[in-house]
Design a protein around this ligand. Sequence first.
Ligand SMILES: Cc1cc2nc3c(=O)[nH]c(=O)nc-3n(C[C@H](O)[C@H](O)[C@H](O)COP(=O)(O)OP(=O)(O)OC[C@H]3O[C@@H](n4cnc5c(N)ncnc54)[C@H](O)[C@@H]3O)c2cc1C
Length: 625
Amino acid sequence: MNKPGKQDKQASMDLAESARQTKWQHPSFTAELFKGSFRWDLIHPYPAQSDTDKAIGDAVLVELEKCLKTHINPEAVDKSGVLPETALDALKAGGYFGMKIPKAYGGMGLSITNYVRAMELVASWCGSTAVWLSAHQSIGVPQPLKEFGNDAQKEKYLPRLAAGAVSAFSLTEPDVGSDPARMGTTATPIDDGNYYIINGQKLWTTNGPAAELLVVMAETPPKLVHGKEKKQITAFIVEAPTPGLSVLHECEFMGIRAIRNGWMEFKDVKVPKENIIGNLGDGLKIALATLNVGRLTIPVISAGTGKVCLSYCQDWIKQRVQWGQSIGKHQAVANLVNDIATHTFAIDAMSFLTCSLIENETADVRLEAAIAKYFGSERAWDIVDKTMQIRGGRGFETADSLRKRNEPGIPIERVMRDTRINRIIEGTSEIMHLFIAREAMDLHIKTVFALSNPAISISKKIGIVLKAGLFYSLWYPKLWLPSWSIFSIKHLNQRNLSQLHYISRTSKRLARSLFHTMVRFGPKLEYQQAILAHYVDIGTQLFAMAATLSKAESILHNHQNPKTIQALTTAFCHQSRKEIEQHFRAVRTAEPQEKKVASEALMNADLDWLMNDIIRFETTDTPIN
Ligand SMILES: Cc1cc2nc3c(=O)[nH]c(=O)nc-3n(C[C@H](O)[C@H](O)[C@H](O)COP(=O)(O)OP(=O)(O)OC[C@H]3O[C@@H](n4cnc5c(N)ncnc54)[C@H](O)[C@@H]3O)c2cc1C
């Protein structure tokens, strides 16, 4: 493993920055929140799926459910770690590998909303199957090809992919996880650039060992920009099998045990230039754009996890009697159920709102998609943990064992193992924090951060200061005034309206506080990860509240379950407000310097005294047979 230096860190940040989508073509609800502006009009009325699109989705879900129940036994799949060929064949025959591919290329041509509804259904039955389908079409070849491929590539590959040629997305390497700038896989041009030779290793490529087509990110020769070499990462379609491509190891995991995931080696793999997606050097941009939309599957699946957890609890909390009454009547259990239900509702509201915004092309959703992924995967883990707690000892027991004792085989143990990965893949929660913080700070970065760039001349800096002074003298005072537009909103009941007022006020408070913190730290703010995380969490909660209120309002409008829906909404907002206030308090309270000590001490072997009386893990360990 090569040791990184300060320059490597800067290079990583520069590369990530250059791959960023710089323009905001549409307004962004959450970016506005961070600027102190609550744009309720962007998310209300809650965008409903059209009747026609819903009918298409409903029909797909009916057939898909039949297919899953006929061909896939989730317990057996988990136990054996294998998704049977018969199941894969049935999924291919049903067209489920082509759900997102346009009809013109032989796919189902589902809308994003119907696609994620289908994925939610699959995941609620079998996590491994969901990952097979999702790795193939949420991030695999179809997604980048649809967005960035040329017509010839689409004609050549999309029909194959729709028919079930399994695909994979290969970015991660043994030394390259969250930070692709240090990518070691290279693609060297030969024959006047007509072909490329790929060399390197990719780790954890889901579907890799079974794939016929892979999107592979590799470093191509650098480009000269203003006399300086700029690293180029390019996306290639690689067909498998092909000489030089091999699977070094099939990885095994705690959950989603029946996925096929490989440590892949590329040794002089020859690829024609026609297989480049987009342009040379666009690879990271393509990867990030693919993930921007692709990662929406995770929050929808997370909402589905919440829904199955509710179904696991339904009979149990009523029928299980302890201390003279149903456990659902004990306040502690009722509170856990409240958390499960309210968070499920919130994740569902955020995810489907974001899908609709993408579909309607009315808003930039890079922040909402990242927040939904972050919030959804974190809260789903909490939901699963709480469900296990409610099930008591039975929660920890496998479904198989429960059935053998003639009890209902509620598989929360498997669901817990399957759910954990979502906080890691497609951007870890920590990386989501950084991504959201970067986008949230965009206004300030564009306005003043250039001042810290030594390459910028004094005269230019004076210009920046004058422009920034003018901007902030107009923008900042507004953050102390109430937002008048909120008073024109009449359609909500008093309770929900007061929540909207809170969001509006708090968005201004968030923008002010963020601005003060930026003045305090300047460009060094990017190193204050703990503070930034609190701001991100405040923005996250505000978006969650707003999406929940918008969805609640749309349901209340149709008079469906008014009492329950109002209770869930109020309970969720109450909890969110509590959390928001905690984050504001945490931002005001300086972190003790001592918090840095443990990590440093551990790296310097200064915590050895604490690790006494245990058999310590040694990196040189060999397994005991
Ligand atoms: C089951 C499974 C399936 C996968 N499928 C695919 C796939 O199909 N294709 C693919 O390309 N990859 C895949 N991956 C890889 C996955 O995307 C990575 O695991 C993920 O990006 C994190 O990288 P890493 O594990 O190397 O963690 P690292 O990047 O090494 O991070 C380790 C820890 O440090 C934290 N961290 C890292 N950098 C920072 C920072 N700057 N600030 C704060 N904290 C930081 C991380 O959040 C994490 O907690 C898969 C992984 C698994 C386990």
